[in-house]
Ligand binder design. Sequence first.
Ligand code: HEC
Ligand code: HEC
Ligand code: HEC
Ligand code: HEC
Ligand code: HEC
Ligand code: HEC
Ligand code: HEC
Ligand code: HEC
Length: 487
Amino acid sequence: MRKLLSGCPTAVLAATMLAVPVRAADKPADKPAAKTAGSQSGLPAAISAETKDCLGCHRGDSPGIYQQWGQSKHYRANVGCYECHKADKGDVDAFDHNGLLIAVLVTPKDCARCHEREVAEFAGSRHSKAGRIIGSIDNHLAEVVQGNRAFKTPGFPNGNSAAAVNGCWQCHGSPVKVGKEGKLDAASWPNSGVGRINPDGTEGSCSACHMRHDFSAAQARQPNTCGKCHLGPDHPQKEIYEESKHGIAYSANVDKMNLNSAKWVVGEDYTAAPTCATCHMSATRKQPVTHDIGMRISWNNRPVLSVRPEVADAKMGLAGAKVGWEKRRANMKDVCTACHNETWADSFYTQYDATITLYNEKFAKPGMALHELAKPLLGPGFSSMIDFVWYEIWHHEGRRARHGASMMAPDYTHWHGTYEIARNFYGHFIPLLNELVEKFKGSTDANKAAKAQALHAKIDEVLNSPDHQWFLGKGPKNEPPAAGGHK
Ligand code: HEC
Ligand code: HEC
Ligand code: HEC
Ligand code: HEC
Ligand code: HEC
Ligand code: HEC
Ligand code: HEC
Ligand code: HEC
């Protein structure tokens, strides 16, 4: 592998390296003052001798990396290959590479040498904890139901599920295992999952959003950056955004977004449309950029029942446990009011909260109680259709309804959301539960028969409640269509 290339003596390189292909204005002489990096003390005054070494070979061996880096602000600030990839003796993943000790991974700890604030905020966020999914119900699906342990590598002699490696891990991140001479285990690398568990003990991967090697803020501000992970049936934020007026305004006005501006304050540097970053991360006239994406949201809509973010953060042991939802909502409203008035934003939240209440009260609470009562009559998780139906009600359509309402996408709220919840609740869940009761109510196993009785009683109670009695033909008759309305 890491063979010495005889054809690239350093003297030749030093001469050729000035050929870094950058625009005239980007020449080192015109370098803008480094503003964003936190502790700049160690910044080299010129491209370091070590980096010149790297460039000598990599300019020809990996022209893609070389060109991307050549366009980056890092290049202009003399931050080169070695400044990021250098390793200390004793780092688990360090290896000797043509005479210099380096590592392939550049973890948040490495970036923190210059970007302390961003790293600290990120480390306090749920993004950095996204690798802690072992033990979740979704994980059981990927490891057992969908997968097996046949994917064996030296770092994982007991094997992994290929479904988890190529699916979950690529978004959430996984532990990265290191073999001999810094070689990274192929099951755990490549991986830029946002909560990757690094060999140095840090959590997360900055290149989940900042694509190497240009590490450009302009790229990270675009919705596609988040769309690698935030899409699909269970969290379609990208699709939701695209169908919302905000997404429409963005695509109609990309050229007015001033994405390349060093400072990117909504209401000052652009007003045409908000992107994901605008609302969740970027600066307003009152707030600086934040790398803790939880600081502007007032609900966590991932669990069966929506909960306040401080409750979810407490479970994870995060400092966010001390930041109440009211404060987070005020942070978000401060974004909205760069473009809208306060009443508009307040009324939006009133509409959104009503959808959360509807979903929680009408479907999530009764559904959860029914599924709990059904469990003792079912086999292991996901061995019965009831498990799949209930999972999709809360995890797929239940989230879609909530996410759609939170980001102004009526089609997701309704047709992909509440409509499908209702169809599956009344058309599949209740009928399957009734079948289960029928199957066990006369069971010779007294325990099972009693469980079936309890389930039966709960089904009765739920269906006779005001929200559901229509299903039994009880309660107020449906309103007739308004005069002149659709039939
Ligand atoms: C003498 C030539 C040469 C020099 C000098 C050199 N590299 Fe490399 N490097 C290579 C080659 C060739 C490969 C590809 C090896 C392969 O494909 O297996 C490589 C691979 C790498 C890799 C990937 C290793 C892996 O296991 O995936 C990294 C990271 C890297 N180089 C960084 C650097 C850095 C940083 C420097 C400067 C400190 C540097 N290189 C100096 C030739 C060189
Ligand atoms: C700002 C920090 C930074 C600089 C500067 C930098 N890298 Fe990287 N490099 C990274 C990160 C981050 C990764 C991805 C590793 C990870 O996910 O931890 C990476 C990955 C790599 C890889 C392995 C992945 C691949 O795509 O093959 C190689 C090789 C590499 N860098 C070479 C270089 C070379 C050569 C230079 C100089 C031209 C350079 N890097 C400059 C941060 C940097
Ligand atoms: C040796 C110091 C150093 C290291 C290590 C470093 N950076 Fe930087 N970074 C800088 C400097 C200096 C700038 C330029 C600041 C400016 O021009 O305002 C910068 C700018 C950036 C920017 C803003 C680019 C833009 O378009 O405005 C991003 C994003 C970034 N770095 C990410 C990273 C990530 C991620 C890592 C680790 C993989 C990293 N940096 C490692 C010094 C460093
Ligand atoms: C396409 C990327 C992607 C894949 C693949 C993926 N997830 Fe996720 N997952 C996400 C995103 C994004 C969220 C957060 C959604 C939100 O905020 O609405 C999430 C949320 C979760 C949560 C809820 C976390 C919380 O805060 O409550 C769990 C648990 C989870 N995923 C586990 C898994 C498992 C296990 C797999 C594989 C079976 C998997 N995910 C596959 C992107 C992905
Ligand atoms: C969820 C996506 C995401 C992740 C993960 C992420 N960033 Fe960023 N980062 C952004 C966005 C978006 C911006 C642009 C903010 C703006 O200026 O509007 C940004 C900007 C930056 C900047 C420019 C200065 C600033 O604060 O605006 C630096 C430096 C930076 N990030 C470093 C990092 C480092 C280091 C990590 C890993 C610890 C990291 N980022 C992880 C999305 C991300
Ligand atoms: C590589 C995958 C990935 C990318 C890229 C990504 N996210 Fe996430 N995001 C996740 C996962 C996974 C979670 C769920 C983490 C958890 O709670 O366990 C999440 C959670 C969130 C949350 C909920 C935070 C909370 O505290 O509850 C927000 C908001 C968010 N992401 C916004 C963004 C934005 C904005 C971007 C782009 C700038 C982005 N994400 C890019 C994977 C990703
Ligand atoms: C106009 C502002 C705005 C834009 C643009 C926006 N969001 Fe949101 N986002 C919100 C609001 C408001 C909420 C709900 C906050 C709350 O619960 O109080 C939210 C909630 C979220 C959540 C939390 C979901 C959960 O399960 O709890 C995630 C993740 C998220 N957004 C990601 C994204 C992504 C990815 C994009 C771009 C594709 C995006 N957002 C674009 C305003 C925005
Ligand atoms: C950068 C400017 C900008 C920001 C920031 C912004 N919006 Fe908007 N918003 C718009 C534009 C432009 C429209 C489209 C207006 C129209 O329909 O004529 C819009 C439309 C809306 C709509 C109407 C949706 C529809 O389908 O008619 C709602 C509701 C809304 N925004 C709420 C919010 C909320 C809540 C926030 C903060 C979380 C926010 N906006 C942040 C620019 C913004």
